[in-house]
Design a protein around this ligand. Sequence first.
Ligand SMILES: Cc1ncc(COP(=O)(O)O)c(C=O)c1O
Length: 366
Amino acid sequence: MITHKDHFHGSDLEKIEKLYHIKKENIISFSANVNPLGLSELLLESLKNHLEVITSYPDREYTMLRKAIGTYCHTDYENIIVGNGSTELISAVIRQKEFKTACLISPSYSEYEREITLGGGTCFYFQLVPENNFELHTEKLFSFLIEKEIKLLVLCNPNNPTSTALEGNALYAVLDFCHKNNIFVMIDETYVEFTEKYDSVTAVPYLSRFDNFIILRGISKFFASPGLRLGYGLTSNRTLIKNINDAKNPWTINSLAEYAGKVLFTDETYIRRTKELIFSERKRVCGILQTIPGLKVYEPAANFVLVEIKKENRDADILFDAAIRRSLIIRNCSSFHGLDNHFFRFCFMKPADNDLLLACMKEVMN
Ligand SMILES: Cc1ncc(COP(=O)(O)O)c(C=O)c1O
């Protein structure tokens, strides 16, 4: 068996190519959580015809881009800040507010911890547990926030890697509690457009009510454009937007990404096709997964699913190894806080590719 201690990110294809002697063009990445439809045809065509935009600086205020995002998200464009991927905004928000204490939900995406620690803050982990299907117990969270004197709560919604989502009244209750207790909330909605219950998962409707939170999103996953590096934040806290913009370098979104954003957010055909594909594959693939003995499937809200291996002498390393031999990459989740080598995550790709991975899982679990 190929043994490895690394846990690859979806962007590590060159590393994988070198280690496993597989051409990166042939790899099907079930670990990057990127829309399998690839680039929107509308964007491809219009980018080809507008490459000359790189001969000009982007608009320093990105007004047209922010207006396009405002229309897409149903909010005032003055509530919007743009960044070089949501990654730039995660770090800009944390640096701006210099939080001394932060509550991170665990397991979750790891970039928040790095930024908070770099800024001298302390992270406290609120643990989600498999016995509760990794769902968030809000009353327990509230006691934890008070006990640890938390100043920043980070919510990834839907959460990576558990694919669970906080919605409706529970989401409102968290925002309301944090507002009353002077806690700032950063909600990472990178995967929200993939959910079937978008209206109750997104925090956009609460922008007019609370100014103690920011929503972060980007085009990397849903619009399959991680290389363009375009992210955006939504908040009704105009002082925060001003302070971040004052501190941030100008033009961190290049003119190609600025142009692309204006096209992507209006591409209704692509948005509809993506939702149709992900909604139907999520249902179909999970139905098949449930029939494979020894696998526990945690019900997914996003475009990826967390699975636990419950059979003796099988683990995520064994499955990773079997998959990579077929040029398929899944995410071993043992590097996430609170998970071990029995958990793996994969995203939904096109039906034929999903079938290849399912066949591989059946073989390994047999
Ligand atoms: C939850 C989450 N947030 C943010 C990012 C980074 O997004 P971006 O490419 O917009 O910087 C990722 C990437 O994997 C992610 O999973």
